[in-house]
Design a protein around this ligand. Sequence first.
Ligand code: DQA
Length: 143
Amino acid sequence: GKVLVLHGPNLNLLGTRQPEIYGHETLADIDDALRARAADHGWAIDCRQSNHEGELIDAIHAARLDGTGAIIINPAAYTHTSVAILDALNAFDGRVIEVHLSNVHKRESFRHHSYVSLRADGVIAGLGSRGYHAALEALIAAG
Ligand code: DQA
């Protein structure tokens, strides 16, 4: 299989950004661990982060054409605002799993609604970086 991992805005600051909420691991730590896990299973994995909505959309469009079978996405703040990312995911035929490091439902009410959840096949929140691993394991198990 081939999976795209997409991280949205501000996630490049992981490790230093509100560590009490988002943890001490950096994004590179998370991506390295995911790459190792995917490689163990012979899966191809591409991990990308962008602070720009349009770049995230372009990456989803590219995934429609390059054999990507699944997308693991933490849209970060765009979760709660972006019809455009929802529309792009709706144009992608593979599996989509939405991941949030924090439990968004325990936080401010504006974080309780997700546009992306209207498309996601699965949603994981509040497990920290383990959420990305759970998503990857689920995809690998499903084949
Ligand atoms: C987040 C939760 C969002 O509400 C927030 O804007 C983020 C990160 C998470 O991973 O917990 O930037 O998606």
